[in-house]
Design a protein around this ligand. Structure first.
Ligand code: ZN
Length: 315
């Protein structure tokens, strides 16, 4: 129920509640989930309130009429949920959605489509969603969700009402950055020697700092900087996760937001100074893409060269 989020997400709750009450719903929302663990359920409870015929009459949270039940079961035809098919959200997925919305008669008062991980829209998919956003239909509400609104294309961002959820920290503040990282990468197997893990985490961060100072030259030193410490596929995946978190915190620093894992130091300040916001977002995106390749058994040495050249190309 939407009212269940009154205390955990007071601001966004009030915005959405008013939108329903005054019948002034935006045609497109971009929701920055900010790590809020229950963000999808929160959005679904809003969608339910928006579509429920009784809610409209009584202005009260309903949650138990037949339609609310159908929505809850995930079978309501006027709600479409789109998420990445593999690495990206593809153009065809949005074309199918448009076709469906254009041909089927509307049951009820509105249609809603939710795009999970809106930062994973590839260029052609982004173009077709833009057309959708540019010619809003009064009966259609778009909800785009992302961890970080700055990793969503600015052309999309500018056409949406932005809702930023309050983050709920899962990480214990009193812990050191290394302890927090260990919690996030959840080392749930014993294949990595726990005494070595601190060293490996430090080496990964050192590698990024070295790369940020030396750029393409880093390729000449990957043996010494990386290969000696990061040796398996599993370690490589974890290392990428660490780098992604590092850049995310640098982005937080740039946006004057509190850092989630790291503590501000001169390395972070330097990287912030030498990169624009777009460049950091681009780097995070490239890292997410490359991390996917690890699953497909890419040659790890090749991956290192790709990492450096791709990060460099991001500039
Ligand atoms: Zn209902």
């Amino acid at each position: 129920m939407l009212d269940g989020y009154k205390t955990s997400q007071p601001i966004v709750y009030q915005i959405l509640k008013n939108a329903i009450k005054d019948d002034k719903c935006s045609h497109a929302y971009l929701v920055e989930t900010g790590g809020f663990y229950d963000s999808f359920n929160f959005i679904m409870s809003f969608v339910k309130s928006l579509l429920c015929p009784f809610n409209k009459l009584t202005k009260q949270d309903c949650n138990n009429c037949h339609q609310c039940e159908v929505i809850e079961s995930g079978n309501f035809p006027e709600i479409e949920i789109i998420e990445p098919d593999g690495l990206w959200i593809k153009k065809e997925q949005l074309q199918n959605l448009q076709k469906e919305f254009n041909t089927k008669a509307l049951i009820g008062n509105k249609r809603v489509y939710i795009i999970k991980k809106a930062d994973r829209l590839n260029k052609s998919a982004a173009n077709s969603i833009l057309k959708f956003l540019e010619e809003p239909d009064n009966n259609i509400v778009a909800i785009l969700m992302t961890d970080n609104i700055y990793s969503v294309l600015s052309t999309i961002r500018s056409r949406c009402q932005i809702l930023r959820l309050k983050a709920t920290k899962i990480v214990d503040e009193s812990k050191s950055p290394i302890e927090k990282l260990k919690q996030i990468i959840s080392l749930n197997n014993n294949s990595i020697n726990s005494e070595e893990i601190d060293l490996k985490i430090n080496k990964v961060i050192e590698f990024v700092n070295y790369y940020e100072k030396n750029h393409l030259n880093t390729i000449l030193y990957t043996e010494k900087l990386w290969n000696e410490y990061i040796t398996s596929k599993e370690e490589t995946e974890i290392a990428y996760e660490i780098i992604i978190n590092y850049y995310k915190d640098i982005l937080n620093y740039k946006l004057n937001k509190p850092l989630e894992i790291f503590e501000v130091n001169n390395d972070i300040k330097d990287i912030d100074k030498n990169n624009t916001q777009e460049e950091i977002c681009d780097k995070i995106n490239k890292l997410v893409e490359l991390k996917e390749l690890i699953k497909y058994n890419i040659n790890l040495n090749l991956l290192m060269d790709k990492l450096i050249t791709n990060l460099e190309g991001a500039i």
